[in-house]
Design a protein around this ligand. Structure first.
Ligand code: FMN
Length: 261
């Protein structure tokens, strides 16, 4: 694999879950956001809210709430005598991309300046958390909290985490039929990699099995593919609460409700 300063920063990045109390300098935080903005965009459908008051996960000194934002678009289009005709699902799909690319640029910029960060998914998929953030931050319609990103100077030294091998990630020219050996090799890379770091044991974050199925795993063999299977094999079966929340935020994506009206 090729190496240079940028690649080294990307390859060494890991989520930080322990922070020093020092608040990063305003210039540092602004640099991170400015570098974030330089990500490719469809229509700059994002805003980030920097939160410095209160307590944040992992004792981070600050947190960004990264939002999909079509409100600013609506404002400037009005100035030009236009209304948004585009359906809200299209705006949402593009806005999620704009906000995501910006967020990841911020993560890498932060890393390059010696800061660590960690995304928090509750602000993406827990409708009540989204509602709470929207109220607390006074978000207008067409602004949707997408994810929270805590940030600060790391107070831990963690190794970079494993990823799927290339054979399970990049496919040449067409999607292959994935055979059992490739699948098992790829699962093993992830599971052995996380076990080698005692990742779940250290965080004590085993997901309980709901219902009658017996839990046959201890922290000695509970790893990534089991963890992820327990999430998406048990959680969030109904989309209804999320659909309600999206409608409340102005992103009505049901069929035949074009423009959310
Ligand atoms: C959308 C999203 C939500 C996440 N939510 C959480 C979270 O709630 N708690 C947490 O500790 N890490 C969270 N993470 C961080 C992931 O666990 C982490 O990125 C992944 O395990 C890979 O590890 P690494 O970032 O150290 O390489 C989240 C990451 C993303 C992209």
């Amino acid at each position: 694999m090729k190496d240079n300063q940028t690649i080294a920063i990307m390859m060494n990045r890991k989520s930080t879950r322990k922070y020093k109390p020092a608040m990063p300098e305003p210039e540092v935080l602004e640099t991170i956001v400015r570098a974030g903005q330089q990500a490719p965009f469809a229509s700059q459908l994002y805003s980030v809210i920097l939160c410095t008051k209160g307590k944040f996960a992992f004792k981070a000194p600050c947190s960004f709430v990264i939002c999909v934002d079509a409100h600013k678009l609506e404002l400037f289009m009005k100035k030009r005598g236009w209304d948004i005709k585009t359906n809200r699902l299209t705006l949402l799909l593009l806005g999620m991309q704009d906000a995501s690319y910006m967020a990841e640029n911020m993560v890498i910029a932060a890393e390059s300046l010696g800061l660590g960060s960690c995304f928090l998914g509750e602000g993406s998929i827990n409708a009540d958390r989204v509602r709470y953030l929207a109220k607390k931050l006074n978000l207008p319609k067409l602004v949707l909290p997408m994810v929270e990103l805590v940030m600060g100077y790391p107070d831990e030294e963690a190794p970079a985490r494993p990823r799927y091998p290339m054979e399970f990630t990049m496919f040449k020219d067409a999607y292959p039929e994935l055979d059992d050996e490739t699948l098992e090799r790829s699962m093993e890379v992830m599971d052995k990699g996380y076990l080698a770091q005692d990742y779940y044991a250290k965080q004590k974050c085993k997901i309980a099995i709901e219902g009658t199925k017996k839990d046959e795993y201890s922290y000695a063999d509970y790893s990534w593919t089991e963890h992820i299977s327990r999430k998406w094999g048990q959680w969030a079966e109904s989309p209804n609460d999320l659909l309600d929340m999206l409608r409340e935020r102005g992103f009505s994506i049901e069929k035949d409700e074009a423009n959310g009206k």
